[in-house]
Design a protein around this ligand. Structure first.
Ligand code: 5AD
Ligand code: SF4
Length: 451
């Protein structure tokens, strides 16, 4: 399906050049591809050269203050661009657009267009306003929008791995998190359109898809009288082809069911890699975070993953220095990390976000120096765990999907194991999209090296 016909009320336009810069999560990457598809119908062609662009869009993230600061500094760069070429329009889209709304038009005089994550279909009309010298803004959130009829214009570089968005928004309201505010309520996408989009990727030569959602394992869809849950959808996608790998992100521990783990264990092409954000190893911190599970429940879910999926990798997200975090609560996070033996982790200092529960009701009282020290301890421990995880793979053979040429040498390729670990190995006659068995001979904390 396409967006043909949507713009029949608009006169045909001469060709314009669109440059998109994307910050934040993988969801934003797909959203940029959706935006490119919508604007392609309006005669905007993508360019990688910002200097030839007629429209520059920044797809933004609000998750931590430093993500927003990075975009603000980028907007200052764009001021110079606009001075050189007055005809260029600048748009802010995504989570910052939703959070800051008109403020972006007031503060940054150069911004012409502000569009929230659920309003991308309105881009063509908003651009008409901009073309007539006005500012364009739409930040209305929707209970239904999933862009399920829009085929994204793929912007990946390897043409082997891609993403399909299967649900949008979030209903969890974790105390620290801006996402329910910027992306609205949770809604799942029609499974038929998901399977169609994934099948199309496979037929174009892609060999891996990651199903995306802010809370992906709470996906559900009513089919007549029956409920299609995430594991059933996963099974349908797994059936597309045995050599089409499937991943998913991001899961919430409360929805990591045995049924889901059982399905993953039954299909070799469902990747044996689970990303399960813990955020904190302390039940009292988890309560203040409104995470809706305890340390014990989380540990029980990790044990279930190990039982159903022996050899699977487990990765996580951790926030350190959340409101009121004591030294003992911090130590509990370190001890949980050791216990879980995470293969990899994304680790962050707590950053207070306006209008969240924590910003309004809790005190951001862990001093910056303490947050930094705790983060360093967490990073150091994870460095050790990541290296141990890679060392366990030395001597073993893994089926690797080739993704491209290694950055360090033209003679080497890189790819990933089912466990999502990066492997570098000699080129031989292989090309991106091939599968090959690689025996691991050495490693660093980030990469496996094999032959
Ligand atoms: N401060 C720091 N980290 C945060 N995350 C989400 N909100 C915040 C915040 N306010 C982290 C969580 C989440 C990941 C995407 O970002 O760990 O899982
Ligand atoms: Fe950033 Fe969250 Fe928005 Fe993704 S959903 S762009 S991580 S704020």
């Amino acid at each position: 399906m396409s967006v043909n016909g949507l713009f029949s009320t608009f006169a045909p336009m001469p060709e314009h050049k669109l440059y998109i810069e994307t910050y934040g999560c993988q969801m934003n990457v797909v959203d940029s591809e959706v935006v490119a598809a919508i604007l392609q119908q309006y005669h905007y062609q993508l360019t990688e050269d910002i200097n030839e662009a007629d429209l520059v869009l920044v797809n933004t993230c609000s998750i931590r203050d430093n993500a927003e600061q990075r975009v603000k500094s980028r907007l200052r760069d764009f001021r110079k661009l606009k001075e050189q070429k007055r005809s260029v329009s600048i748009g802010v889209i995504g989570c910052m657009a939703e959070r800051l709304k008109e403020k972006l038009l007031e503060d940054e005089l150069i911004v012409d267009l502000v569009v929230g994550p659920d309003a991308y279909r309105k881009l063509p009309e908003l651009l008409q306003k901009v073309e007539s010298g006005q500012k364009g803004i739409n930040t209305i959130l929707s209970l239904k929008e999933t862009y399920d009829d829009i085929q994204p214009v793929r912007m990946d570089r390897n043409h082997v791995t891609s993403f399909v968005s299967i649900m949008r928004g979030c209903n969890n309201f974790c105390a620290y998190c801006v996402v329910p505010g910027t992306r609205g309520r949770e809604r799942s996408r029609d499974p038929e359109t998901i399977v169609m989009e994934a099948t199309e990727l496979f037929s174009k030569g892609y060999r891996e898809v990651t199903l995306l959602g802010q809370n992906v394992n709470s996906y559900h869809w009513n089919e007549g009288d029956s409920l299609l849950k995430f594991e059933k959808l996963l099974e349908r996608v797994a059936h597309i082809h045995p050599s089409f790998r499937v991943r998913f992100a991001t899961s919430h521990p409360k929805d990591m069911s045995d049924d889901l783990l059982k399905v993953i264990s039954q299909y070799p092409n469902l990747c044996k890699s689970i990303h399960l954000p813990v955020q904190s190893g302390s039940t009292t911190v988890l309560q203040r975070m409104k995470r809706r599970y305890t340390r014990e429940h989380y540990m029980e879910r990790i044990s279930a993953i190990r039982d159903y999926l022996p050899g699977a990798s487990i990765t996580t997200d951790i926030i350190t220095g959340f409101c009121g975090e004591s030294e003992e609560e911090h130590q509990q996070t370190l001890r949980l990390m050791e216990w879980a033996q995470y293969d990899f982790a994304y680790m962050f200092k707590y950053s207070e976000r306006p209008e969240t529960f924590a910003a309004e009701k809790l005190k951001d009282d862990v001093p910056e120096t303490v947050k930094t020290r705790r983060l360093n301890e967490i990073i150091e421990l994870q460095g050790k765990l990541s290296l141990e995880s890679k060392k366990r793979d030395v001597g073993q053979t893994f089926k690797v999907l080739v993704e491209g040429t290694s950055k360090k040498s033209e003679e080497q390729l890189y790819g990933r194991t089912s466990q999502n670990k990066v492997v570098v190995f000699p080129k031989n006659d292989l090309k991106p999209g091939d599968y090959t068995d690689v025996t691991i001979s050495a490693c660093t904390s980030a990469t496996l090296i094999g032959h």
